[in-house]
Write a protein of this length. Sequence first.
Length: 144
Amino acid sequence: MLMRTDPFREMDRIVQQLSGTAGTWSKPSVMPMDAYREGDAYVIAFDLPGVSTDAIDIDVERNMLTVKAERRPAAKADSVKMELSERPLGVFSRQIMLADTLDTEHIEADYDAGVLTLRIPIAERAKPRKISIGAGVSPKQISA
């Protein structure tokens, strides 16, 4: 139901982790995610610790889901001297191609404990359904 759009994003993520570079709006860092099916919905969970809800942007255009977020530096007094800074700052983004069988009109988003969770229901037309067999017309009745 989900399709990765860029096979080199994982390589970019590893390079960014090793080099310590932060993402920018023109070249955002990749955010880690999990995707799984739960009942009649697909669930996608993004790790975004330390990101406020007003810094998260979720868009769907046709079947392309785009999630962007920005982790901004915490406001510190002038007297504070940073000793160690390992938490990545900057812009994070993920684009996911959604299957036609998902209902993009009814996506639900929740944010709790640094995890953004999207629930995308499976469209009614994609759910299995029983087809009943009606009483057909016999060939003799058609030719008469």
